[in-house]
Structure formats: C-alpha cells, structure tokens
Ligand binder design. Sequence first.
Ligand code: ATP
Length: 339
Amino acid sequence: MARVEIKDIGKVFADHTAVSNINLTVEDGEFLVLLGPSGCGKSTLLRMIAGLELPTYGDVFIGERKATRLQPKERNIAMVFQNYALYPHLTVYENIAFPLRVRSVEKKLIDEKVRSAAELVGLTRMLNRKPRQMSGGERQRTALARSLVRDPDVFLLDEPLSNLDAKLRHSAREELRQFQDRIGVTSIYVTHDQVEAMGLGDRIVVMHAGTVRQVGTPEEVYLYPADTFVATFMGSPPMNLVSVGNVTLGFRPETFLPETNFQTDIATTRISFLVHRVEYLGGDQLLYGTVGGTLPETAAIARIPSSVHYSPTVGTEAKFAVANVDLRYFDSGSGKALI
Ligand code: ATP
C-alpha cells in the first residue's frame, strides 16, 4: 500500500489547460473519488498518476518515491478502465493469470494468486468460463481480479462501472466498496456520477474546469458545499439557490417543507412557494415552483417524503420554511460559501 501525493500538478494540451495547479494527498488505504462534469480534467489527472500522461508541471509521489517520470509499469499501480478488455478466447482463470504469465511467474504461485484474487471478488465457481458466458458485473469482477494479482500499491479506476445497467451498477458498487475494505489498497476512482461518488468515497474531490473546488467526506461536500458549483453539482435535484442581495441563500430540496411541518421551538426561515408542477416518485414527491417575492422569479424544488402526506395545490402560493440550521450562505459575486 502507498500514500499518493500530487504536488502542484498541471497539464496543458496545446492551447487547452486540462488540469491546473492541483495539490492532493491520498492517504494510505484511502478510497478517494475524483468527481466532476465531463471535461473537467479528472481522467487527465488520473492518467498523470498512472504515468500515461506526462504533467506539464508538478510532481506525483507514490509512497516515498517521486514517480513523475516513471513508466506506468515501474509505478506498481493497477488500472481498471471502463472498457476493460478481457481476452474472449481465454477462461476467467487464464484472464486473471495473464499479467503473471507475461512476467514468467512460477506456475504454483500463479495458481495461488489467481485463486485468492478470484475468491476476493467472488468468482471462484466461474474460473472455467469464458467472458461471453458471464454477466457484465462478472466480467467487471474478472477485470478487477486481473488487476489485483500483481499486488499493486495503488488502484486507479476510471469509470469502471459505466458499462453496467443501473441495477447492476448499484450492486457492483457495493461489491467494489466491500472489496476495497477487505484489501485496503489505496484507490483513486474517477466518475461523473455524484451518487456513485457519495456511495464509494472516503473522500470526494469535486473538480471543475481543471481545478479542485472542494475536497471532503461525502457528508462535508453535501452538507457544507464550498461554493455554489459544488452546491448544485452534488445532490439530485440540486440545492436551491435564492439571491437576496449580495448573499445567495442555499437550501436542499429535502429541507424545504410546508411550514406546519416544523415544531414551534425550531428556528425557521419562512419562504412562500408557488407550486407549478408535482412529480410523484413513490417514496417522495418533488414540487417544482418559484419562491414568492423574488424578481426575477427564482425556481426552487421541494422534496416531500410520502410520510408527510402533503397534498400540494398547483398554482397557489403555499407557506413553506427551512430550519435555520439547514440554510447555507454564499457570496453572490464569487459564489464562495460564507461562514
Ligand atoms: P470525461 O468525464 O468526459 O471523461 P474528464 O473530466 O475525464 O471528462 P479529461 O478527459 O481529463 O476530462 O479532459 C479534460 C480536458 O482536456 C477536456 O476538455 C479534453 O477535451 C481535453 N483533453 C484531454 N485529452 C486531450 C488530448 N490528448 N489532447 C487535447 N486535449 C485533451
């Protein structure tokens, strides 16, 4: 296992800056997620850690070693990509054994390693199958096992679950997290899916336009976003933002409820809410509307759990409120959070 340190790194492609001045430390055994919209530079950052891309400036340290200019194979890292290519003509066993075979590892040791990797990912009973006889999730696990047999110091994963359908993705995510807990290898995981990031990461690095906007635990970035970009990128639907002069007020849809829902001893801020449309989701309903008294009209969304039994009337203004502890404040100019 190893700690990974990224020191003031940047990458400029011709005239385009993909990554700029990023500093990060990934602790030994940590599961760190790089999250951000398409094109924000997360894959480029990962590829520089892997040695597939040379930084324009800055350094990468893996363990105690400066790795900036080392070849990928000299870094003792394992990479799992979205398009993990398994050899179709080889069995699961042979696919997992492949990286060891090419290194001429002794046959008995290969067998031990393949079996223990297969057991870790729950593939012991499928070792004789070919990739086409397996589900997407099982193939994914084969790719993981294959990257595991070399005992890497660091795992680098670039959207490894994006080929799976929604349901499988969810279970594969659980499995991946359990697997990482068991082996405890430092892992850096790239995704643009904030739900995946929240479910997997010990910490999340939220990126935008080549820079880091916030680093924190899932709770920190969700509850205390550093700026309005993070506030709206995290959470679905996103945080509501209402401008009140130089200050922008932020509140999550699930904290925005009919006034009658709050106990009288809780300090709240009243916000009138004109409901335009209701979306029933089963467990809760989403109310789309506008905040009363704002010019121009400000859109807002309330998420009401079905246990609240609230029947909204479309087209009428309702008395809503947010508990003051759930309000966030941002500077309207810079978008940065105000304490
Ligand atoms: P996605 O989620 O779509 O994969 P990303 O956040 O991983 O996006 P990168 O692939 O790191 O983004 O790309 C960051 C930016 O750098 C993009 O604007 C991309 O077009 C640009 N870029 C990436 N690789 C190259 C390259 N080899 N040459 C020129 N520009 C590149």
